[in-house]
Design a protein around this ligand. Sequence first.
Ligand code: C5P
Length: 224
Amino acid sequence: LAPKVLVGQHVLITAGPTFEAIDPVRGITNRSSGKMGFAIARAAREAGAQVTLVAGPVALPTPRGVQRVDVVSAQNMHDAVMESAQNAHIFIATAAVADWRPATAAEHKIKKDGSGVVPQMTFVENPDILAEVAHGARAQAGELFCVGFAAESQDLLANAQAKRARKGVPLLVGNIGPATFGQDDNALLLVDDEAAIELPRASKRMLAQQLVAEIARRVSGWSA
Ligand code: C5P
């Protein structure tokens, strides 16, 4: 049985991709199965936390006892997170949020008219949910501990350290390559202000339990 290291804590987690509409039948998205975030939600719940899981479009069952909020776009995810972050103690951002969305979504399906002319698209930047929460009042006051994820294809340690600083989070977790999209196992690099420690390749379920233990250990003595 998992030790109940998160009793009394409200853990907010984002998971999966976001989907940004181009028209009613098309859109752009990121590759993410949501498995790591769902595994963390399950592990946090098993550790006694109240868990809110804000999920982009994924085909995964809701872990037992977890409150799930389904969203589609980055803007939807942002709004759901901002609401729940008001009473959360821990925020873990695993979602692969689309960095940009089409400036406007067409109301009706864009037709291919046979002329060979292709649609031109303008993008606007989506909100950086993690950075906004981590720079917000509750995180800055030490009431909300924020954890970010990084999926890098090279220089993981340097990129993870830079991302940790840029996002303003105490703990940044790097996915150790090769890309783990949809896989059931992974390996993680935990980067904080003191060190980088590796959680060697294991099932996402096992890694989630280890990560929850690492977060619980840091939260118990943490203030910003
Ligand atoms: O900047 P990058 O997308 O690489 O950062 C990844 C981390 O930031 C992840 O924790 C991801 O969930 C979070 N993120 C976010 N909102 C965005 C982009 C990334 O919360 N718009």
